[in-house]
Structure formats: C-alpha cells, structure tokens
Write a protein that binds this ligand. Sequence first.
Ligand SMILES: Cc1cn([C@H]2C[C@H](O)[C@@H](COP(=O)(O)OP(=O)(O)O[C@H]3O[C@H](C)C(=O)[C@H](O)[C@H]3O)O2)c(=O)[nH]c1=O
Length: 181
Amino acid sequence: MGQFNFIKLDIEGLYVIEPKCIGDNRGYFMETYNYEDFKNAGLSQVFVQDNQSLSKKGVLRGLHYQIKHPQGKLVRVLKGEVFDVVVDIRPGSKTFGKWHGEYLSEENKRQFYVPEGFAHGFLVLSEEAEFAYKCTDFYHPEDEGGIIWNDKDLNIDWPIKDMDIIISEKDLRQKNFREII
Ligand SMILES: Cc1cn([C@H]2C[C@H](O)[C@@H](COP(=O)(O)OP(=O)(O)O[C@H]3O[C@H](C)C(=O)[C@H](O)[C@H]3O)O2)c(=O)[nH]c1=O
C-alpha cells in the first residue's frame, strides 16, 4: 500500500501517477497498479483490457476515442519516450476542447490516467517506444471515432521539430474537431 503518488491535473479527472520504484543491487521493483491504492485515491475504475504497442520514432497514433463504449485508460511507457496527448470531448465539460500533454518515459516511469470522454494519442520521441495501457471498456472497432492530429482548432503543440512523422492511412483521414462536435 502507499506505493503511488497521485497528482490531480487542472483538467478534471486527469491524473499523473508516480509509482514507487524500489532499487537494489539487482535492478528495481515497482507495483504498476494496485486496486486498493487507486480506489483510495478516487480511481476505483475496473480495467477489463490491457493493450501494448511498439512504435518507431516519429510514429503518431491518434487521436482516437470510442463513442458508445468510451474507455478510461491508464497509460505508461515500458521502453523509450512518448509525448502523450488527451483532448477533453466530454459534452458540457468546462474544459471541453482543451488538450493536455505529458512526457511519459521508461526513465520517469510516470503513468497517466485518462477518464472516459477523452480523445487520446501519442507521438514517439525515442528510437522506439513500447506503450502499455489498461482500459475500462473493451475495444469496439465499429464504435471508433477520431480527430486529425494537427487540428487547427485544438492547436496541439506536438514536439515534432525536425521529425519525420509516421501516421497510419486511417489516422491521416481522421475528422476535424469541428466535424465531431
Ligand atoms: C485498439 C485496438 C486495436 N486492435 C487491432 C486493430 C488493428 O488490426 C490493430 C491496430 O489497430 P490501430 O491501428 O487502431 O492501433 P492504434 O493506432 O494503436 O490505436 C490506438 O491508438 C490510441 C493511442 C488509443 O488510445 C487507442 O487505444 C487505440 O485507438 O490492432 C485490437 O485488436 N484491439 C484494440 O484494442
């Protein structure tokens, strides 16, 4: 118990979580999730699906969300570094249309909890990045929505200087923010 530092962010419902990393002469150990600790911090969501993806430098995945089956996500980076972005698309939210970015890395071991109602994506900054996350609902491909990564209204400040961005065909065809609201 008490293995995590929970940091509430300005956008309601977003948390950065810093796990306690216990080092010794072999390496380190850390709990990466604990239902009791998270429940005591107000995050009693149950996760039903874990995902993991590997991406090369410059890969940008997103911005994705599910419509009728929105997923809360607890995201972290196992290897490398990413700039992780969420956009508040919760109807009636006072921060509707606001985005927030977090640098998540193997080094800082920071986790990012994103409640249901956000679009999510990330840009890989390291040569490679292994990305792992827990979801509060299952994948429903027929229910997927998306926003184009460089939407003019959202104006997300992706750290892409001098980077060759790699985006899937699907993500190159995502909608503008104005089309989904
Ligand atoms: C998301 C998902 C995908 N897939 C299959 C579907 C495709 O055959 C393949 C790649 O899917 P996709 O290109 O949608 O993967 P990402 O671009 O990483 O999508 C994710 O990107 C952003 C960052 C997210 O937050 C979402 O979890 C998710 O939308 O995996 C599954 O079988 N289960 C799944 O839960």
